[in-house]
Design a protein around this ligand. Structure first.
Ligand SMILES: N[C@@H](CCC(=O)N[C@@H](CS)C(=O)NCC(=O)O)C(=O)O
Length: 277
């Protein structure tokens, strides 16, 4: 009968040949360290400590340099509503960056138009310069508040949601511009019909959030991607809130009950005291 010898135990615990592992990498280093003389060990320790201190100092320098670039005063030029500026205002509040609202109406907008980079609002005044594009500005603010990941892939996943939300706003535009109230309602009904574009957007977003949450392990924690609050949540919240608050006649808040993860994100963020103008 075969007995389990110490050599068979070793064989069982060793890595399969040809497979890279962390221990394969660390073993030669550990071997050198533990067979070294005391003075060599001290050299190793000094090198390790030096590297750690260096990395820490670099990180501190990045944080300080970023802090020194924080805009002192920002102006948000937009209508007196959330719309495409709601997420930016919320992010500015979370980043504790002071801002001022410069409200426009349809008339003043026409006057301003020739001076706006893309002839549209919102625009943002920062350090005396006018900058357009709400998502670009949202990312800029997110970088000062830890709401936008440093890791390029995590940032890409955040952008995927932010830009998706931006597209969904375009779906509402034709019915917003429609003057005839009956036609407006018909258009809204169409948007949320079983294959209507707003419903399909919400279905796709629910599925994406589900995949993101499965991957991050933060299931049901009320975030759109990753484990922390990001500008993806803030951006997504703005459209969910518009639906929840029934600001578009003909689009009822009950629509959200079909999308439990999105509803959870709405409920999770609704308590933040950052949603005003
Ligand atoms: N991509 C731009 C879109 C801005 C946009 O569509 N602005 C609308 C108001 S929400 C506008 O200025 N419309 C007036 C026009 O185009 O003349 C952004 O996100 O900032």
């Amino acid at each position: 009968m075969a007995t389990m010898s110490s050599s068979s135990t070793t064989t069982q615990c060793s890595e399969p040949s040809g497979v890279w592992s962390f221990t394969t990498l660390l073993n030669p280093i550990a071997e050198v360290f533990f067979t070294s003389t005391t003075s060599t060990k001290n050299l190793w320790l000094a090198c390790g400590t030096g590297i750690l201190v260096g990395v820490g100092l670099c990180r501190l320098a990045t944080i300080m340099s970023r802090a020194s670039r924080r805009p002192k005063n920002v102006k948000v030029v937009y209508f007196k509503m959330a719309g495409r500026a709601g997420a930016v205002r919320a992010a500015l509040k979370l980043a504790r960056i002071k801002y001022e609202n410069d409200f426009v109406d349809r008339d003043s907008m026409q006057e301003l138009k020739p001076r706006l980079p893309f002839g549209q609002v919102p625009v943002f005044e920062v350090n005396g310069e006018i900058v357009a594009q709400s998502n670009a500005f949202l990312r800029y603010v997110g970088k000062f508040s830890g709401l936008y990941p440093d890791d390029p892939f995590d940032a890409l996943k955040v952008d995927e949601i932010v830009d998706g939300v931006s597209d969904s706003m375009l779906l509402l535009r034709p019915s917003l511009l429609e003057k005839n109230p009956d036609k407006k309602l018909r258009m809204r009904k169409e948007l949320i019909s079983s294959d209507g574009s707003l419903r399909v957007f919400l279905q796709n977003m629910e599925r994406l959030v589900q995949r993101n949450q499965d991957k991050s392990g933060a299931i049901g924690r009320g975030h759109a991607c990753g484990k922390e609050l990001t500008i993806a949540d803030i951006s997504l919240f703005t459209i969910l809130k518009m639906i929840h608050d029934e600001i578009f006649e003909g689009i009822p808040r009950t629509l959200l009950t079909n999308f439990p993860l999105l509803k959870n994100i709405h409920d999770n963020l609704n308590g933040l005291d950052v949603w005003g103008l």
